[in-house]
Design a protein around this ligand. Structure first.
Ligand code: DAH
Length: 337
């Protein structure tokens, strides 16, 4: 039997094989229990005793050669697979990265932070009060007794006869005064509620920032000076302020403060509706009766208060012409800030 032929044929098949599976097949066919070489070994009994060892040795050499060739080819396959895998997994570090979407602070948050910084810088503390409030704190203690027409000006969401959603952050004034820790310098930002229809300038819920100062010898001049500094810090040094007489139940005298339009400098433009001025807050000297109701002696202490609409300032500052945009959380809107 030409066992060299077996080797030749095996080597040829190994060379032409296309993967590990095929190699396994070849291995079984040639080296397995029923393989070619085993068959050959079985035929050894026909040989003479002299020839047998030589033949056996030969078969072993051929087995070894086939094993070597198989190993070699297997290695080549493994290397090719690894190479292909590495090529597939290479990262092109020069490719531009994917842009990760970033969150944005809401214009109201930005405005509030600025306002808080200004007042903290002037020695004010920032306090919070409840959104669900007793009628007493929202109205009565602010000089707006039951059946007073001023109560109708703010369309109130009532929960019970005595409990309501606060219509103004002025209620926090009362809580703070009741603590009796004087002198007092505070601002109180928060959500307020009024049963208004939604439109470009109204919403059933919006935010106010209340301010209250109580000390000995506080006058309207302190109020003017403080709010002038506030307006200049918030809208720029060139900003002018104007106080127009007004009426609030809990202050006397009372005023509304306008700031010169930062867009046109007061000449009049689309933004200030040709007025040159924009109203931003209500204010006044705390009514003696209000002090008294909260246990403060109006002969000893006086104070001033103010209430700012947060949305109003945000709309003005960021030139937004529809309040609804502030509540819709539209990503395309928010990412501009
Ligand atoms: N609470 C008033 C409102 O909602 C705003 C206000 C006016 C607050 C005058 C004050 C103030 O503290 O002194 O319309």
């Amino acid at each position: 039997m030409d066992i060299e032929k077996i080797l030749e044929e095996a080597v040829k098949q190994i060379k032409e094989s296309d993967g590990a599976e095929k190699l396994n097949e070849i291995k079984v066919n040639y080296l397995g229990k029923k393989g070619e070489l085993t068959k050959v070994l079985k035929s050894m009994k026909d040989l003479s005793p002299e020839e047998r060892p030589k033949f056996g040795q030969k078969v072993n050499e051929i087995r070894k050669s086939i094993e070597e060739k198989l190993d070699e080819k297997k290695k080549a396959f493994d290397e090719a697979i690894l190479k292909e895998k590495l090529a597939r997994e290479t990262i092109d570090v020069t490719l531009p990265g994917k842009v990760v979407k970033q969150g944005h602070l809401h214009p109201n948050t930005l405005t509030l932070r600025e306002v808080e910084d200004i007042f903290i810088g002037m020695g004010y503390k920032v306090v919070e009060g409840p959104e669900v409030e007793f009628d007493y704190y929202n109205f009565e203690a602010l000089n707006i007794p039951a059946d007073h027409p001023a109560k109708d000006e703010q369309d109130t969401f009532y929960i019970t006869k005595d409990i309501l959603l606060r219509t103004q952050t002025s209620s926090v004034q009362v809580h703070e005064m009741e603590k009796g820790e004087l002198p007092l310098r505070m601002i109180s930002p928060g959500r307020v509620f009024r049963s208004d229809e939604v439109d470009a300038t109204h919403s059933p819920t919006f935010h106010q920032i209340e301010g209250l100062v109580i000390d000995k010898g506080i006058t309207f001049a302190d109020l003017k000076g403080t709010l002038q500094v506030f307006a200049k810090r918030l809208f720029g040094e060139d900003t002018k302020v104007k106080f127009r007489p007004h009426h609030f139940q809990f202050t006397e005298p009372s005023a509304e403060m306008d700031v010169s339009c930062f867009k046109c400098g007061g000449k009049g433009c689309r933004f200030c509706k040709g007025e040159g001025w924009i109203e931003i807050l209500g204010c006044g000297v705390v009514h003696p009766h209000v002090l008294e109701m909260s246990g403060i002696d109006p002969e000893e202490y006086t104070g001033f208060a103010f209430g700012v609409g947060l949305e109003r300032i945000s709309l003005f500052k960021y030139e937004i012409d529809d309040m609804r945009l502030l509540y819709e959380n539209d990503d395309r809107f928010l990412k501009q800030f």
